[in-house]
Design a binder for this molecule. Structure first.
Ligand code: 6PG
Length: 227
């Protein structure tokens, strides 16, 4: 059962990004102080890009951080539409993090082979400290789409026929994404408003299947919340 701890609403996408950036820093410093490391799962899409770029100047000991991805599109490794390329351009190529601590999904190998290889890295990493997720206009999160069936035992799924191109993708499962101490949704823009209302009214969607033990926080702008 999903627990939404807070709907944190902001006037603009920029204010959302700033707040998310500060929360990531807080969580990183707390995880490193308590456990000596910070295992972070990055969201894909376009919404989180500003928050990632703001992180570059923040006081985080990146040598103690381990970066994973919630999903990836089956495209060549340097394709500008890859989530890993977005993260590299906005954040990873600007911070001093050891390359072996960044776990890029090998989606260029194809959805089946790539998922199989990444699953072991996800299993070895459990439990994450913070998972970041966006949400699509159909309520999808990562590459978990409505009406797509997946084996519940898997930590990483191959995805076929995704309604958001490209058709072939790789995604962490709801189980893997929920295995995190903290989880933040980052949602902005009027295009998400209808799905937010459905989510709030209890409609079963991929976004509502994510249920970490400590609940979730939603960082959202007024355009998406419909205030
Ligand atoms: C992807 C993302 C996807 C994204 C949502 C929201 O690969 O497309 O992982 O789940 O987070 O579609 O995308 P925007 O942030 O661009 O609205």
């Amino acid at each position: 059962m999903q627990t939404i701890n807070h709907w944190l609403s902001f006037e603009t996408p920029e204010a959302v990004a700033t707040a998310v950036c500060h929360e990531i820093v807080r969580q990183a410093q707390q995880s490193i102080a308590e456990r000596g490391c910070f295992k972070l799962v990055l969201a894909g899409g376009s919404t989180p890009k500003l928050a990632y770029s703001l992180l570059v100047q923040q006081p985080v000991d990146w040598s103690k951080c381990f970066i994973f991805f919630g999903d990836e599109r089956c495209l060549p490794i340097d394709d500008p539409d890859r989530n890993s390329v977005m993260a590299q351009q906005a954040l990873l190529s600007h911070i001093d993090i050891p390359a072996q601590q960044v776990f890029i999904i090998p989606a260029e190998l194809g959805n089946v082979e790539g998922a199989k290889l990444y699953e072991q890295q996800v299993i070895d990493a459990q439990t994450f400290d913070l998972v970041l997720l966006g949400m699509g206009e159909d309520g999808h999160i990562a590459s978990l789409f409505p009406s797509h069936e997946h084996a519940e035992t898997e930590f990483v799924h191959p995805v076929y026929n995704a309604p958001k191109p490209p058709a072939d993708r790789i995604t962490l499962s709801a189980k893997a994404l929920s295995n995190s101490r903290e989880l933040i949704f980052i949602i902005t823009g009027m295009g998400k408003q209808a799905m937010i209302k459905q989510w709030q009214s209890g409609v079963q969607l991929p976004v509502s299947t994510i249920a970490p033990i400590n609940g979730v926080d939603v960082y959202i702008d007024k355009a998406a919340l419909g205030d």
